[in-house]
Write a protein that binds this ligand. Structure first.
Ligand code: 13P
Ligand code: SF4
Length: 311
């Protein structure tokens, strides 16, 4: 514990000396979230990065989040404590294959989820997050031909709530795909008053059981505002830290995955970000996110377009 306290105070001191800011996603370990200057969902993290005056941004999250920050702030040093923190959803959509898919369907507007690599964003017209996907899709005329990638669950969900028929890329997140409908139903039976909160990356059958579907920030807001006392949470379990902190009197039950022998409701990529790595990253200013200049020049446009629409 003493070592942990030392590391925490040294991290804060390094931030002060180097004019660095720590940003963290809700799926990182609680200890990282508590230490961060800013914790948020993907949209809020991008909006915050675009406005920061710090010289160094340490993005405690996954690689695409660091890339988005670097693309928005090319003059700043952007660090991610472990470059192996990728994202199964972003990896399910390699830029070259996505680019061939786009070329095979001319006349479509290309909308990509922020969980993509910079190279995939470079062949995109507008980026969305789970916070603004519906709003951005609805900003196009109803007969607009749209390609949506890479998450088929989010795409199907947006199609269902908007009545659109977007052409979907067949990608998914390895965490959100695995929540068990049967086990959520069992939990609903044993906790009849509990509200079900679900992230739109979950399968459609899980979303049908949900009282609210939304981004991490939207689910947190619902949990805080709703008068209910019990919530079943179908998203990565890191969010429970902030929920429990904000509402100590409420009970949050993580939705179980199909396979009860693994901690499948944890994102193994997000969990690569540890206190020790964060300390080393700040101390040595490494590892740094680098985005190819040509890719960045193309990828910045759909990200700016998203930020303008979501203002
Ligand atoms: P949010 O934008 O809702 O925070 O989601 C990010 C993510 O990676 C979901 O798996
Ligand atoms: Fe990617 Fe899934 Fe992890 Fe989110 S939870 S960062 S979508 S792998």
């Amino acid at each position: 514990i003493a070592k942990e306290l030392d590391l925490k105070s040294e991290i804060r001191e390094l931030c002060r000396k180097k004019n660095a800011v720590i940003m963290a996603h809700y799926y990182t370990e609680g200890i990282i979230q508590d230490l961060a200057d800013f914790v948020g969902d993907s949209l809020a993290l991008a909006q915050k990065a675009a406005k920061t005056e710090a010289d160094i941004i340490v993005m405690c999250g996954v690689h695409f989040m660091g890339e988005t920050n670097k693309i928005l702030c090319p003059g700043k040093k952007v660090l991610v404590p472990d470059l192996n923190a990728t994202c199964s959803l972003a990896e399910s959509c390699p830029a070259d294959e996505f680019s061939r898919f786009v070329s095979a369907h001319p006349g479509h507007t290309v909308i990509s989820y922020v969980n993509t690599t910079a190279a995939t964003k470079a062949v995109t017209d507008v980026v969305v997050t789970s916070s603004n996907a519906r709003q951005i899709v609805e900003s196009f005329p109803s007969d607009e031909k749209i390609i949506f990638g890479p998450d088929r669950n989010l795409g199907n969900y947006i199609n269902s709530v908007t009545g659109r028929n977007m052409l979907l890329w067949d990608g998914a997140c390895h965490v959100h795909e695995k929540f068990s409908v049967e086990k959520i139903l069992e939990l609903k039976e044993s906790h009849p008053e509990a509200k079900v909160l679900a992230h739109p990356e979950c399968k459609g059958a899980v979303l049908k059981l949900a009282d609210v579907v939304g981004s991490t920030a939207a689910l947190l807001k619902y949990a805080i505002r709703h008068e209910g006392k019990e919530f079943i949470v179908a998203t990565e379990s890191g969010i429970l830290h902030e929920m429990q902190k904000a509402c100590p009197e409420k009970t949050f039950i993580p939705a179980p995955p199909d396979d009860s022998t693994c901690a499948c409701n944890e994102c193994n990529y997000m969990r690569l970000i540890t206190l020790e790595k964060l300390y080393n990253t700040l101390k040595y200013e490494w590892p740094e996110i680098v985005v190819d200049a040509e890719v960045a020049e193309k990828a910045v446009k759909p990200i700016h377009r998203m930020l303008e629409i979501s203002e």
